[in-house]
Design a protein. Structure first.
Lengths: 518, 44
């Protein structure tokens, strides 16, 4: 069976950028920046981008293209190819399939809310909500929270979830060129147009309330950008910046490995990785930083924005923004653009999360695309249900903690060490520059070998020290939610074990068939 | 918005836009390549 390929170079760059550009760019970044020193946050942010983000981007593009040359699209095969004397390394690669599946199963549900809210914005369904309390209640009703003591279910939310889920699997079913590449080629430009229109509207708001001229969008930019130098002395701020970089670039998950595996020998990875990262940064720092916080500041002032920022990303996206946009002329259209933008960002990310598992079934088990997508759809659909039905019981938080936070840093650390130390910096550097259109400065050899792994290990240790005990020992989880949380942990562990057995089985089968294992 | 805020904003935006413009122009200028999968040697 011929291996799939990308149709164009711009296509793969937009697909990787689409994977990176997600809800975090427009909701998580502004909240993190506002909470961690404003403009001063950008110093650790750019340091982390240069020392962790870009190196990881290049590592994943290079490893992906390298592994693709041996017919592997996912981490178990790639890691085994890199270190074929170690029989256990392929099991570390399981994290590169486990993480994307876990994120996919909760991310798709959140993405479906965005589709639902795009529809509500167009039809004016939430126009009657004019306070944060009523908008918050609207969201809870939509999610089905509080209507039943046992499950959180609402028909509209489930209907939009089904549409979103089917859309995702159909795109993946259509394949790399006709599905993922095509969607990203059209979806990302539309996303940027929506983002620029919203940004222009917000920045020209002035002071909506003439009685309070200090509440304006420019002072809102100040809330985000005015530097608090004392923040630079706090380790937490540096770790928050490094975490944001890993999160926003979609590195350490395994999806870039899979996307890059569809490149061919002569395809550049150095410039493509840089372009994808730069595209993501435009969406995050320039567009993402210029919409929600300035808009919230103009309408709610300093105290209101502080409280909104403390409320977190969901509150900002689903409660504050619809309220703010509703108060502007053409509010329904702007609301549609806001949720449409987030939905497009979500879709281009979630399809990248589905692809590793589908590719794993195709490559390692010889399944056809149709059968691989069917198996993935059936399993992930079942796994989505606890997130939907027990939304307020902490299930989604567990998925996010293990799949979207812990595994991300752990996997990034492992692949960096493998690339720089096991594969060897000499070979790694040569691979990185095969077909390259740019020459990466030589000091990056030192950075990739020493600084990036040390930075990632420090991030992992600090995070485990600071937040690990409370998160692992469930200190902040109400007693009533404990059974649900433990059940979701058991589910995640079962998924991890099943994937490890699948890897074992695939390798055993290959050995029996006498196939080359590398 | 303080002067410090404007400086951080301007430097960040210009830096990002500069790298984005450079890398995108270079990407669009280079023609697409397609060919054989990489014939690399597995490491140990």
């Amino acid at each position: 069976m011929a291996r799939e390929r990308w149709g164009s170079r711009l296509g793969v760059i937009l697909a990787v950028a689409g994977s990176a550009i997600g809800l975090g760019n427009f909701l998580r970044f502004p909240v993190q920046a506002a909470k961690n020193g404003g403009g001063a946050f950008m110093i650790p942010y750019f340091v982390a981008l240069l020392l962790v983000g870009l190196p990881l981007m290049w590592i994943e593009w290079t490893l992906g293209r390298f592994g693709g040359g041996f017919g592997h699209s996912t981490a178990p095969g790639m890691f085994h190819t890199l270190w074929n004397k170690n029989r256990f390394i392929k099991y570390f690669g399981v994290i590169g399939i486990f993480g994307p599946i876990v994120i996919f199963i909760y991310y798709t549900y959140i993405e479906s809310w965005l589709l639902g809210y795009s529809w509500f914005a167009l039809t004016g369904a939430y126009n009657a909500c004019d306070t944060r309390e009523s908008m918050g209640a609207f969201l809870k009703t939509y999610q089905g929270i509080g209507t039943n003591p046992y499950v959180s279910f609402s028909t509209p939310a489930y209907a939009f979830f089904l549409i979103t889920f089917v859309t995702n699997v159909l795109i993946v079913y259509f394949g790399i060129q006709r599905g993922i590449e095509k969607v990203c080629k059209y979806g990302l430009p539309i996303l940027f147009i929506f983002g620029i229109v919203l940004m222009a509207r917000v920045l020209t708001l002035g002071a909506p309330d003439p009685a309070q001229p200090q509440n304006n969008a420019i002072n809102g930019l100040g809330f985000l950008w005015n530097p608090d130098w004392s923040a630079l002395g706090r380790a937490q701020v540096w770790m928050a910046a490094a975490g944001q970089i890993c999160y926003t670039l979609s590195v350490g998950i395994g999806v870039i490995l899979t996307y890059a595996s569809y490149l061919s020998k002569k395809d550049d990875v150095a410039l493509s990785g840089l372009t994808a990262a730069a595209t993501n940064e435009v969406a995050e720092v320039i567009i993402g930083g210029s919409i929600v916080i300035p808009a919230a500041f103009a309408f709610f002032g300093l105290a209101g924005t502080q409280s909104v920022a403390e409320g977190g990303a969901f509150d900002l996206g689903f409660v504050t923004m619809p309220l703010v946009l509703d108060r502007m002329a053409c509010g329904n259209l702007l609301g549609f653009m806001w949720f449409g933008l987030l939905f497009l960002a979500g879709v281009t990310s979630s399809i990248s999360l589905a692809q590793p598992a589908v590719a794993f079934l195709e490559d390692e088990f010889g399944l056809s695309k149709k059968r691989a997508v069917l198996v993935f759809s059936a399993v992930s659909f079942i796994l989505c249900q606890p997130c939907i039905l027990f939304l307020d019981k902490g299930v989604l938080d567990q998925m996010d903690f293990w799949g979207g936070t812990f595994c991300l840093v752990l996997f990034g650390t492992v692949e960096t060490i493998l690339f720089a130390w096991v594969f060897g910096m000499e070979d790694a550097w040569t691979q990185l520059h095969v077909g390259s259109d740019i020459t990466i400065p030589r000091f990056y050899r030192f950075i990739i070998k020493y600084i990036t792994p040390v930075f990632l290990i420090a991030l992992l240790v600090f995070w485990l020290w600071e937040q690990g005990p409370a998160a692992i020992l469930l200190k902040d989880v109400p007693d009533a939610n404990l059974p649900y949380v433990w059940a979701s942990r058991a589910l995640l562990l079962a998924l991890l074990v099943v994937l490890a057995f699948m890897v074992r089985h695939a390798w055993k089968k290959r050995r029996q068939n006498g196939e080359a294992l590398a | 918005m303080t002067t410090g805020g404007w400086i951080f904003l301007a430097v960040s935006w210009l830096g990002i836009l500069g790298v984005f413009a450079y890398s995108m122009v270079r990407t669009l200028r280079e023609k697409d390549d397609s060919g054989e999968p990489p014939a690399a040697t597995p490491g140990d």
